[in-house]
Design a protein around this ligand. Sequence first.
Ligand code: ATP
Ligand code: MG
Length: 586
Amino acid sequence: MRTAYRRILRYVPRYRLPLLLGALCVIGSRLLMVYAPRLLGEALNALERGGEASVDQAIGLGWVFLGVSLVAGVFTYLMRVFLVGTSRRAARDLQRDLFAHVESLPARFFDRTRTGDLLARMTSDVEAVRFSLGPGLMYVGSTLVLFPLAVISMVDLAPSLTLAALGPLLAIMVVVRLLGPGIMRRTRSVQEAIGDLSARAQESFAGARVVRAYATEPVEESAFGQENEGLVRETLGLANFRALLTGSLYVLGGGANLVVLWYGGNQVISGELGLGYLATFMLYVGMLIWPMISVGWVVSALQRSAAAMERIDEIFDRPAETSVATEPAVVPELTRGAIRVSNLTFQHEASARPALEGVSFEIEAGSTCALVGPVGAGKSTLLSLLTREYEPPSGAIALDDVDITSIPLQRLRSAFAVVPQDAFLFSTTLHANLEYAVDGELTAARAREVLRIAGLDEELTGFPKGLDTVVGERGLQLSGGQKQRTTVARALLREAPVLLLDDCLSAVDTQTEARILDALREAMRRRTAIVVAHRLSTVRDANLIVVLDAGRVVEMGTHADLVKAGGWYAETYAEQRLEAELEGLA
Ligand SMILES: Nc1ncnc2c1ncn2[C@@H]1O[C@H](COP(=O)(O)OP(=O)(O)OP(=O)(O)O)[C@@H](O)[C@H]1O
Ligand SMILES: [Mg+2]
């Protein structure tokens, strides 16, 4: 448990002042809270004595009581402001650090992590930790101050009555401790049921198209219905158990008051105790019931949040991407964009066989290289190794003659403009999506220019708000081809010596592709480009064509070389040409 909390303790020093003030407020408010019932007792004692002077005295004491209560109230308010406020701020710090850490994690972390699980750790686990350490410890702290003060005051008034009253109060604590684990278990079941229900709904909504296409709405509904039933069952179980606990506490509280009334009543009758002080006692008993309950609660809440903290720690313990694997030589200016791959072998963590094996080739600065080959040949993997999305073995890839594992990540990545295979856009305006690629502001004219190069200019005029059209989940749904071309435009805005295009025009027709490639040629002339394509006509003009198959380079050369060689490339090219001609005839 201690290790789990060590991380959160780091956030304490910066909130020293509010924590100190909060602690002072706890002490101040509890002192006054314990003092106030004595005033009331005195007032009642005065009334019992009777006479006009006593009434005046009682009223005077009543005013003091009011004043003390008021100050105690202000202290209690400030205590919550300082302590609960601090817990919220510390939780924010924790959440922010957690987010930053997740952002820094390597691609292979995301390969094996469910987003839903990650979100739960960032939100409900952080909240569990915050609750137990903020409000939770506040309750414990105030009880630790209140309890001895109240007991001292009670002993001062009537020692034996104190003993009689504490019995039932301790019984309350025992009951809460006994029932506490049951409550916690049921609370956890409810949270799991909520998690299952939302996961079910989320998947069903995300797959809405598939559900509709297969007309499986009834299946989805019944699955959801089942999860929903489960949630109701767990929730009712928890509610019943809580009701049992609350009921028992009422009975025990009543019992405590009865004991005080009976035992104290006898003392009043025998003249040992003033009637007013009996009332004081009963106020103390009332005051101590809740802290007794809360201590039991908080102990359980702390246990739960220790588990939450461990789940959070599991993420923090994952090492961030390493910026440099081997000591950098002199950190170079990466401007030319020459790439050399030598004997590169790489295997994904979750994979049984290497995605690339002994791959070697060289790309001259400013030239265009095409990567082609059947599905699963390792083309995307090769591109992701160039930008060190996955970490290549050191010495296997060089950019401008520098081993890329010795180039700081930031600098390495700034050398590439990437269009990944799965076109991802943020759910915001088209303009904001493009601006993502530039430092500073993007003018509308420049945005239109790159959209024209990417072949999206005509469609743009049809978008309801032009560049300010919101795309994605919250707005206009773009077609696959439109999305691809937007990501091409975004990459064009990035001033980088190397352009990586991963099958980025697969969703447009041949004519459109040819048109876009013509427009892109200008941009590619100034940079090194690596183009992955399935349609071989796309890459005919490339300076070098590398054919990958099952992770190995099987052919390499210019279009003319490869057609002459008569291998996979020549066959596939002939097939694709035939298909195109047949389409043309039809
Ligand atoms: N993140 C990953 N984890 C485990 N295995 C992976 C991962 N990414 C790719 N692979 C595996 O590596 C091999 C190469 O995949 P890759 O995506 O590089 O192929 P590709 O040539 O880009 O295929 P396509 O033309 O279909 O895009 C495949 O066998 C694939 O299953
Ligand atoms: Mg691919």
